[in-house]
Structures are given as C-alpha cells and as structure tokens.
Design a protein around this ligand. Structure first.
Ligand code: 7TS
Length: 405
C-alpha cells in the first residue's frame, strides 16, 4: 500500500491555495507535478555539475556525461529495450513522432503508400503523418472508434494491406482513457510488413511497458507527464530501423567526419541527437524514473484506478452527466459532459473552487468531431491524488452544475 500523504509531501506545489481554496490538481494527463528529488536534481546540476557533455576531457564534462548517459540506461531498463543506443533523447513525444515521420518517410515511403493512425490520436500523432504524406504522396488511413471509445478492430483487417508502411497509434487515449489493444495491432501490422509506432505519452506514467515483449518498432515517452521536467522525452526505436533512417537534424554530435564535400554520420544514438542536448532535464528525468520505480508502477496504477472507480461512482449521481469514453480497458482519465452545459463553463467554475481540470478538445479535434461534441471536461489522476480530493471535486461540480443549469 502506498502512503499517499507522505508522497504528497514530496510535491511542494500541491501545498497551496488558489482563490483561497486548497488546490486540487486533476490535470495530470496534460502534465504531472514534480517531486522534490526531481527539483533538487535540477538545482544541484546547475549549482555543482554543469558542463557540456561528450566533448571535454575535464572532470566536470566527464561527470556530466556519465550522469547523462546513465539516464539512457535507466530509460532502456524502464521500457526494457534491448540496447541503450535504441534510446534517443528528444524534447518529448511530439518531437519523437516528427522525427520518425520525417526520417522514416525519406527512406520507406513512396507515392501511393499508406500510413494508418486511429480516430483517437492526439494532434501530434496526426499532423506529422499528414506532413509526411504530403511530402511523398502517401495516403493517411484511420481506424474508426465506436460509441464507447474503443477502436473498431475488425476495420483494421480491412484497412491493412501491403501498401501500409507504418501504423501509429496511442497506447492510452489522453481524451477517453481507453487502453488500446496494441499487441493485436502490432501483430496484425507486422503481418503486412508495416512498422508500428506507439505513442506512449499516456501509458508511460501509468503502466509497465516492455518494448521487446510488445515487439513495437518505435515507442515514445514524455518526461513531463511522468513526474519529470518539461523539454525531454524518449524515442525508442529498433536498431534495425534507426540504422536505416537518415538523421533528422544536422549539427554537432551527430557527425563522424565533416568536409565541405561530404559528411559521414555518427552511430546510434548520436546520429539523432544533433547539438548540445537538454542535459539538466535529462538528468532530472532520471530522478523521475527513480521516483516511479521506487513506488512501483503497478502500485501507482492500482491507486490511480481506485481513484478513477471511486470518482466514476460518485459522478454517476450527478443528473445529466454522461461519460465520454466508457471502454472496457481504461486508464485513470475521466472525460464527461453535463447536459448541454459547455465544458469551458464547468471548467471555469471548478477553477474558482480550486479544482484544476482540463476542458476543451484535448488536442483531439477529429475525435470530438466523431462524437459531435465541442469538447469535454477531463479529470485525470496521478499518484498524489486522494479520495478526499475526489469528494471535493464532485461537490464543486455539483455547485457548478447548479449554477449553470
Ligand atoms: N500524445 C498524447 C496521447 C498526448 O496525450 C500528448 C500530450 C502528446 C502526444 C504530446 O505530448 P508532448 O509531451 O510532446 O506535448 N497531451 C496533452 C493533453 O492531453 N493535454 O495537454 C497535453
């Protein structure tokens, strides 16, 4: 059993009032808060450890390099990648997907090829593929979603063909909380020779991921949703793909030799890491991984689902409330609407009572169009949330509904 009160004490930001009310932070799917060990690691790095990495023979540079590279190994272990050079540091999921779409596209996509995504993708797993399709004359195909917010898997067999070169889907939907059957998608895609990218923005903080067991080709994580700093993320790619893909950005670090006539590239992972990397945030991300590992990701998920089920039970009592996303397999994200009240209005009144939820389209406009709604109110939990906070949120929501009806 996790000791939630002592966990909360590690998050100084939670101990504050907004508009005179205790802060209740239920916007964790957008970004989670940071424990002291992450904040302290950042501060220590700049106070005592800063130097550029991979370049100097001097003490500080070597120590910074060791700490930076240690996080690559910790990331490798976190998702059970086979090799540490299959871990590419990026700014986050958005940059990881752009990297793959751009670089994979240059070698593997030709006119008439197809890219398959789903109807519940975040814009960052839609637009990079549209850009890629525009570049090479490829066609974007979409797996539809049923009324419960689950992928219609029968359609996958219809859409997949020898033309499909890559399939890119999220592991967990940020808007609906649906946990997608990615094992099945990966198996089906591989049968037609397509690569598979999994957007793990919403799974990384909540579930054990084993990229070798999954056998996915690419997997993306964002540190800031995993108790770590902003501006750093991980792209996992199988060596066999990354080796064949050209660099995304050019500059220092990613080269082996440079002349004006010709440049040869560094090996993995550096081929994809041009320029001075985000050293401080990477090192602090290592602390965030340590925080998750020390608590145990299964324990975290268990507590979050307990909060989820507790909240769903309470919310069901509110007249006119309907959930958007009622999949059988769900993570701790709750999207809902009440009557015909606009989600922004609910969000504003909740905010005035100290409750931070997200309202709107959640960067999934096509999904909102699919459900013919302008957006939702979304509450999403992290390990530091409590049942007392859920109670206060439900009371605040009742008040909001009363005012707006
Ligand atoms: N994919 C999914 C499934 C996401 O939830 C997000 C961010 C991203 C990609 C992009 O990640 P980034 O770290 O590169 O920004 N999702 C949200 C959200 O739900 N509300 O704010 C950001």
């Amino acid at each position: 059993m996790l000791d939630i009160e002592s966990i909360r004490q590690q998050f100084p930001i939670l101990d504050q009032k907004v508009y005179g009310k205790p802060l209740i932070y239920f916007d964790n799917a957008a970004s989670s808060q940071k424990p002291l060990r992450v904040i302290d690691a950042l501060s220590k790095y700049y106070k005592e450890e800063h130097s550029n990495v991979h370049r100097g023979v001097h003490f500080l540079s070597q120590r910074a390099t060791d700490k930076f590279e240690a996080v690559r190994k910790e990331s490798q272990a976190f998702i059970n990648a086979e090799h540490d050079h299959e871990i590419i540091f990026t700014r986050g999921v958005t940059e990881s997907i752009n990297l793959v779409a751009s670089s994979f596209g240059k070698v593997f996509i030709e006119e008439g090829d197809e890219v398959l995504i789903s109807a519940m993708e975040h814009h960052s797993n839609i637009v990079p593929w549209q850009l890629m399709c525009n570049d090479w004359g490829a066609v974007l195909k979409v797996i539809p979603v049923n009324d419960e917010g689950e992928l219609i898997m029968e359609e996958v067999d219809q859409i997949l063909s020898g033309k499909t070169k890559i399939v890119a889907v999220n592991h967990v939907s940020n808007t609906l909380g649906t946990v997608n059957p990615i094992e099945e998608i990966i198996t089906k895609a591989h049968k037609v020779g397509a690569a598979v990218l999994i957007d793990g923005a919403q799974s990384g903080p909540h579930m054990k991921v084993d990229v070798q067991a999954l056998n996915c080709d690419f997997y993306c994580l964002s540190s800031h949703k995993m108790y770590g700093p902003t501006g750093i993320g991980v792209l996992y790619g199988k060596e066999e793909w990354l080796d064949q893909m050209p660099p995304y950005h050019g500059g220092g670090e990613m080269i082996e030799t440079v002349t004006f006539e010709e440049t040869t590239y560094n090996g993995l992972p550096f081929k994809f890491e041009a320029g001075t990397p985000n050293i401080a945030d990477t090192i602090a991300f290592g602390e965030a991984l340590g925080f998750i590992n020390d608590l145990g990701i299964e324990e975290i998920a268990h507590w979050e689902m307990e909060l989820h089920n507790y909240a769903v039970d309470k919310l069901m009592d509110i007249e006119g409330l309907r959930f958007v996303g009622t999949a059988k397999e769900k993570a701790s994200v709750i999207s809902f609407l009440v009557g015909d009240i606009h989600p922004y209005d609910i969000g504003t009144i909740l905010d005035q009572q100290g409750v931070a939820v997200r309202t709107g389209q959640h960067c999934t406009q096509p999904l909102m169009d699919r459900f013919k709604i302008p957006g939702t109110v979304r509450a999403s939990f992290a390990v530091y949330n409590t049942k007392a906070e859920v109670d206060a949120f439900v009371e605040a929501l009742k008040k909001a509904v009363q005012m707006l009806s």
